[in-house]
Design a protein around this ligand. Structure first.
Ligand code: F6P
Length: 319
């Protein structure tokens, strides 16, 4: 193996730069040329790449986003797009590719490997933490901290005015962000897709707050009753509760990564390079209880990572 490439794909996540830095530096220390694909799979199809070195990866560990940019490429979902990308890799004599992203990224990487014999390794980079085969994903910890900081501020207003706030957090179809953020911010109710959202219980909890009514409700965007606006409207219709709605949105995706995300991104970067050197392909390199684990790429989307029961119980007990 002489030359490898790394790309980031799907939603950007804090810690991706630490990951790119680690891939580059461990690759170089093992005598490899390291290429960075600009713009995820779209950039790979177009052949937009830069050679990475110590200098180009200096001073990026503390920054959010991804210096390599990212995309959600529709073209790469089609065989023609993947064939064009494979051609680019062959022409540039790149022997192995590291794809950092979520399950959409791993789908693409899997089929690129299968159809064109390219050695591919995935690494979990998404704020959602919804990837089977790793305890945490790169970006999750930062997103949690960013959301909790924002909710602490909203709590001041909720408290001062005695208001009900319904706050929506990201997470796509999974409730990891909502559940942990709900516990950490002392929310009165947490609505996640993994549990049945019960508006009667929510109403009882609002009543329990007494005349002051200060209540924080956290809603994961994938909840079966809809987002915060839908739940707010239902509370007005059913119980005449006037709630303020806040959707945190993309504020959760940006910002300087936490120590946890920098370390995770670095650890997985080095492990992904090791995997390529060892001839491993079609796996995601994840980390479970501090240990590196390989999971077949297919399992990352066909198997579901459950929201731990203890978290659901803890949240119920403490609200
Ligand atoms: O997967 C990360 C994520 O931020 C999800 O939480 C959210 O549903 C989605 O991406 C938003 O994607 P986009 O930025 O493309 O609208």
């Amino acid at each position: 193996m002489k030359s490898i490439a790394v790309l980031t794909s799907g939603g950007d996540a804090p810690g991706m730069n630490a990951h790119i830095r680690a891939v580059t530096r461990s690759g170089l220390s093992r005598g490899l040329d390291v290429w960075g694909v600009i713009g995820g799979f779209s950039g790979l199809i177009e052949g937009t790449m830069i050679q990475l070195d110590r200098k180009s990866t200096a001073n990026i560990i503390a920054s959010g986003g991804t210096i390599l940019k990212t995309s959600r490429s529709k073209e790469f979902m089609m065989p023609g797009g993947r064939a064009a990308a494979a051609q680019v890799l062959k022409e540039k004599r790149i022997d192995g590719l590291i794809c950092c992203g979520g399950d959409g990224t791993f789908h693409g990487a899997h089929f690129l490997g299968l159809e064109h014999g390219i050695q591919v390794v995935g690494t979990p980079g998404t704020i959602d933490n919804d990837i089977y085969g790793t305890q945490y994903t790169i970006g999750y910890d930062t997103a949690l901290n960013t959301a909790v900081e924002a909710i602490d501020r909203i709590r001041d207003t909720a408290d001062s005015h005695g208001r009900v706030f319904i706050i929506e957090v990201m997470g796509r179809h999974a409730g990891f962000i909502a559940m942990e953020v709900g516990i950490a911010s002392g929310a009165e109710y947490v609505a996640v897709p993994e549990t049945v959202t019960n508006l009667d219980i929510l109403y009882q909890r609002i009543l329990k707050q007494g005349r002051q009514r200060r209540t924080i409700v956290i809603v994961g965007e994938g909840d079966e009753l809809g987002g915060a606006y839908q739940i707010g409207a239902a509370m007005k219709d059913k119980y005449d509760i006037d709630a303020k709605v806040a959707v945190l949105g993309h504020i959760q995706r940006g910002g300087s990564p936490t120590v946890r995300d920098r370390v995770l991104g670095s650890h997985l970067g080095v492990a992904a390079v090791d995997a390529l050197i060892d001839g491993i392909t079609d796996v995601m390199v994840g980390r479970v209880h501090g240990e590196i684990e390989y999971t077949p790429l297919e399992d990352t989307w066909s198997k579901q990572k459950p929201l731990e029961n203890y978290m659901i119980e803890l949240s119920d007990l403490l609200t």
